[in-house]
Design a protein around this ligand. Structure first.
Ligand SMILES: Cc1cc2nc3c(=O)[nH]c(=O)nc-3n(C[C@H](O)[C@H](O)[C@H](O)COP(=O)(O)O)c2cc1C
Length: 206
C-alpha cells in the first residue's frame, strides 16, 4: 500500500471535564479487554480518551498526567480503522490544540497485528493508541535518570487512558509485547521517537 505522507489537521470535539462514573468505580471495574465487538467507536469517545491520556489542563497548559520538570517527552499516535467521523488512517495527537494531524491514509490494523506478534486485539479494535517517547527531552535535563522518568510518565498516561476507557464503558489492554522497529514504521514515527506502550480500544465483545 502506498504510504504518502500528508498533512491534514482534524479538530476534535471538546472533551468533557467531568462525568458520572466515580474514580473508585472506574478503578474497581478496570480489567484488560482483548476481544472487541464490531461497533464503531464514536469520535467523541476517541477525543475524550486522547484528552485523558495527554490533554492540556489549567492556565499553565500542563497536562492530565505529570511530567518530570514539565519536559513532556511523550507523544501520542493513533491508528484508526472504524471510528465514526474519522477516515481510517494514522494520526498524531497535538495536545496543545486538542487536534489530530493525519500522517497516513489507510487501515493499518493488520500491520499492527503483525507488529504485536499476532495479538488479535490490535487487529480487532476499532482504534489503537500508541504512547511513544523522545527520551532526549528528559535526558537532556536529567541525564540517564530521564530514561526512567520517561517510562514512569508513560505509566501515568497509560493508566489515565485505561481509567477513562473504563469510565466510558469501553475496553482496552496495555500491550508492551511488540516489535519496536515495525511499530515505528507502521505508525510513521520520527527517528527520535521510541514506541513504548500500545492500547487497542473498543467496545468489549459480548
Ligand atoms: C507493561 C505491561 C505490558 C503488558 N503487555 C501486554 C501484552 O503485550 N499483551 C497483553 O495481552 N497484555 C499485556 N499486559 C496486560 C497484563 O497482562 C494485565 O494487566 C495483567 O494480566 C493483569 O490483568 P488486568 O489488567 O485485567 O488487571 C501488559 C501489562 C503491562 C503493565
Amino acid at each position: 500500500m502506498p504510504r504518502n505522507t500528508i498533512d491534514d489537521r482534524v479538530p476534535l470535539p471538546a472533551p468533557r471535564r467531568d462525568g458520572t462514573v466515580s474514580l473508585e468505580a472506574a478503578l474497581n471495574a478496570r480489567r484488560s479487554v482483548r476481544e472487541f465487538g464490531v461497533a464503531p467507536l464514536p469520535i467523541e469517545a476517541l477525543s475524550q480518551i486522547l484528552w485523558a491520556t495527554q490533554g492540556v489542563t489549567g492556565d499553565e497548559r500542563r497536562r492530565t498526567a505529570p511530567s518530570a520538570g514539565g519536559t513532556y517527552p511523550l507523544t501520542l499516535h493513533v491508528a484508526t480503522g472504524n471510528v465514526t467521523g474519522l477516515p481510517a488512517g494514522v494520526y498524531r495527537y497535538e495536545a496543545s490544540e486538542h487536534a489530530l494531524y493525519r500522517v497516513l491514509d489507510g487501515d493499518f490494523r493488520r500491520d499492527l497485528y503483525g507488529a504485536t506478534l499476532g495479538q488479535t486485539a490490535s487487529a480487532a479494535a476499532p482504534v489503537s493508541l500508541l504512547i511513544a517517547a523522545t527520551y532526549e527531552r528528559s535526558t537532556d535535563r536529567y541525564g540517564t535518570r530521564g530514561m526512567a522518568y520517561t517510562l514512569i510518565e508513560a505509566g501515568h498516561a497509560g493508566q489515565n487512558l485505561a481509567l477513562q476507557v473504563t469510565a466510558l464503558g469501553l475496553g482496552t489492554t496495555a500491550i508492551g509485547a511488540f516489535r519496536e522497529d515495525v511499530v515505528r514504521e507502521v505508525l510513521h514515527l520520527d527517528a527520535h521517537e521510541h514506541p513504548i506502550y500500545l492500547f487497542p480500544v473498543g467496545t468489549p465483545a459480548g
